[in-house]
Design a protein around this ligand. Structure first.
Ligand SMILES: Cc1cc2nc3c(=O)[nH]c(=O)nc-3n(C[C@H](O)[C@H](O)[C@H](O)COP(=O)(O)O)c2cc1C
Length: 198
């Protein structure tokens, strides 16, 4: 599998999980065969402001490579700075457009971005311009059942220069619910035994 110019050993990815996918966890997954591992999401603004605790989330080592570093944010100056910064650390810069947490969406970040596709385009272009490595996006289906934008957003993101897109098959209002998944399975007329990516 290839993402941009990056060759991966296989297509088994460790999904980014805040509070879970720290360096020791990633190394365990790597040792057990993961082809690509993701950091927890990291605040682009916190990096811009030089927050030392945030920088600790970026601790890495050669044994876990290749590494995707996930950033979140909606401020273009912060995205530009963070993309440049983390592209010197990891092999992929991934932008979070799926986080449903109130403390994230209240700032217009994470899944809230799916209600503003003009800004989505600007964010991806800014990241691509500033990153030395491929830029990818992880998003949800949309904000809610009235706003399913995954296909429209994917076209915009691809055109803006992203090298890959991951879709978490729920809307923001479905959070992590099982119900949402079953509805989506029914609509797409197929069952997917793997839980994470389509
Ligand atoms: C504890 C936890 C933390 C998560 N943190 C992130 C995150 O930081 N960034 C992200 O893009 N997705 C995050 N996710 C979403 C997962 O990467 C994944 O897309 C989601 O759990 C769907 O897979 P599942 O149906 O198997 O749970 C998180 C999920 C969980 C359960």
């Amino acid at each position: 599998m290839k993402i941009g110019n990056l060759e991966l050993e296989n297509n088994i990815f460790l999904a980014p999980m805040a509070g879970i996918t720290d360096l020791p966890f990633r190394l365990i997954c790597k040792e057990n065969g993961a082809g690509l591992v993701y950091t927890e999401m990291v605040s682009a603004k916190a990096l811009l402001y030089g927050d030392e605790k945030t920088k600790l989330l970026l601790k890495t080592c050669k044994e876990e490579r290749p590494l995707a570093v996930q950033i979140f944010g909606s401020d273009l100056e912060a995205i530009a700075y963070a993309s440049k910064y983390v592209s010197k650390i990891g092999d992929i810069v991934d932008i979070n457009m799926g986080c449903p947490a109130p403390k994230i969406v209240k700032n217009g970040d994470g899944s809230k971005l799916l209600l503003n596709l003009d800004l989505v385009e600007k964010i991806v272009k800014t990241a691509v311009e500033n990153s030395e490595v491929p830029v990818t996006v992880k998003m949800r289906l949309g904000w809610d059942s009235e706003n399913i934008v995954a296909v429209e957003a994917a076209k915009i993101i691809e055109k803006a220069g992203a090298s890959a897109i991951t879709v978490h098959g729920r809307t923001r209002s479905q959070y992590y619910s099982r119900t949402g998944r079953l509805e989506y399975d029914k609509k797409s007329k197929r069952k997917c035994k793997y839980s994470c990516y389509w």
